[in-house]
Write a protein that binds this ligand. Structure first.
Ligand code: SAH
Ligand code: SF4
Ligand code: F3S
Length: 435
């Protein structure tokens, strides 16, 4: 075993996955090896998420398991990175003796230093947030592949009242447009076919001279064969300029993740989401007019404090009006430090669960209907590889982010664009044949 061999597990959002690549980039240049198996590592890092209580519980049970590994192999360093590190700081070390290292999202440059501290027998703690750190100059470590995530900004200034992200990721700051386009250029040269530009709130990207529409346009021009995706869009900053930019470039995908959170204006106000449902629906209409065929997905929270049965019905109502192609749906989870934490978490778990199920059922119904209506249509897919269920089928995604499974055919492989005709559909998957 190499003395410094690192194994990293990543939890949470795509930004955490992108951060793990940054961390691997930093460690690689400092001479660390990246272990493929946890048994081969003497440094085990968990890049963690704090968004809901159950995300943190997952990490606690993982730590119990790692305690066993550490017992068998003394000298193993165990570290917590990411949002839980930032939220719990030294409490994490005091409560969980198995943890040697706690490093938050803005201190990854100093990770090698903290690892040394841990090896010397002390605890390594780095949890300062920064107003300027963007890791602009760090080369993330990526295996060759088809699709890459690029963080274009960090932090969030929106302070939705339920959300812990502004506390774990700090203030909003953007990378320079040039460093991002350089990175896309390199990915294109390596054969990547898709990049997803990431930010908690990408629409408010601003590097001092360029806004997000400028960044999208510059990214799209680099390689016309490369698909450009982006997430997450906040309804407050989805400008007409941005919508027009998406429409003008064929390789910017016609898919917008536009979380609505709730259908009730009263709840939206309590959430500090800064838009009304009327404004939100108008935006959807405007986007559909400018980008024909655009698809939408959303995030929804069930059981925010004081949510009534009527508020909940308004959420279902908005889902029926918009007819989202997909949705990420959650039970409200009270998070310390947030404004909503001061409100009573007064919706019982049972009611949250029932409302969430109604939301999930409705979304399945809508997804099924939308997918059924695609039967007979022709779609261009980027082939991603074998289908999950069978090696005799390939799977690829449409521009609008729908997965299509089709029988293997001569001369078609991963990374190709193919045209298929949709023949069958479930709520989650489309099936088709190459034409
Ligand atoms: N920046 C993005 C995503 C933030 S986290 C955005 O603004 O949409 C992803 C989703 O988790 C949020 O959209 C929200 O639906 C959900 N979420 C955040 N905090 C939550 C909480 N305390 N309880 C339940 N769901 C939450
Ligand atoms: Fe959280 Fe709101 Fe920021 Fe999204 S926009 S990360 S939900 S505070
Ligand atoms: Fe979780 Fe942090 Fe992302 S809280 S959702 S990992 S920004």
């Amino acid at each position: 075993m190499n003395k410094n061999s690192v194994y990293i597990e990543t939890y949470g959002c795509q930004m955490n996955f992108a951060d793990t690549e940054l961390v691997m980039g930093i460690l690689k240049t400092q001479g660390y090896e990246l272990a493929k198996q946890i048994e081969d590592a003497n440094i085990i890092l968990l890049n963690t998420c704090s968004i809901r209580d159950n995300a943190e519980q997952k990490i606690y049970s993982r730590l119990e398991h790692l305690r066993g590994i550490k017992r068998r192999k003394s000298g193993t360093v165990i570290g917590i990175l990411g949002c839980m590190a930032e939220r719990l700081r030294k409490n994490l070390i005091e409560e969980k003796k198995v943890v040697d290292l706690v490093v938050g999202p803005d201190e990854y440059r100093r990770l090698p230093e903290f690892i040394d501290t841990a090896f010397s027998g002390e605890k390594g703690i780095g949890v300062k947030l920064s107003r300027t750190e963007t890791y602009d100059d760090i080369n993330p470590y990526r295996e060759d592949g088809l699709s890459a995530f690029i963080s274009v900004m960090r932090g969030c200034d929106k302070f939705c009242t339920y959300c812990v992200v502004p506390f774990t990721r700090g203030r909003e700051r953007s990378r320079s447009l040039n460093s991002i386009t350089d990175e896309i250029n390199n990915l294109s040269a390596r054969g990547f076919k898709e990049v997803t530009l990431l930010g908690q709130n990408v629409n408010s990207y601003n590097d001092g001279g360029n806004d997000f529409a400028d960044l999208l346009a510059a990214s799209a021009k680099i390689d016309k064969q490369m698909r450009i995706r982006f997430t997450t869009s906040h309804p407050q900053d989805l400008s007409g300029k941005l919508l027009n930019t998406i429409a003008e470039h064929d390789n910017i995908c016609n898919y917008i993740h536009l979380p609505v959170q709730s259908g009730s204006n009263r709840i939206l106000e309590l959430m500090n989401r800064t838009y009304t449902i009327e404004h939100y629906l108008k935006l959807i209409d405007q986007a559909r007019a400018i980008i024909p065929g655009v698809s939408f997905s959303t995030d929804i929270i069930a059981g925010f404090p004081t949510e009534t049965e009527d508020d909940h019905k308004m959420t279902l109502d908005v889902m029926r009006k918009v007819r989202y192609d997909g949705a990420y749906m959650f039970k409200y989870s009270a998070r310390e430090k947030t404004k909503a934490y001061e409100m009573a978490d007064d919706i019982t778990d049972e009611i949250k669960g029932r409302r969430l199920n109604e939301i999930i059922d409705l979304q399945h119904e809508v997804s099924y209907e939308i997918n059924q209506s695609m039967i007979g249509k022709e779609e261009v897919l980027l082939v991603e590889g074998n289908s999950k269920k069978s090696d005799e089928f390939l799977a690829g995604r449409t521009d609008t982010n729908k997965m299509v499974v089709f029988p293997k055919a001569e001369g078609i492989s991963e990374g190709d664009y193919v045209k298929v005709k949709i023949s069958r559909a479930t709520s989650g998957t489309l099936f088709g044949d190459v034409i």
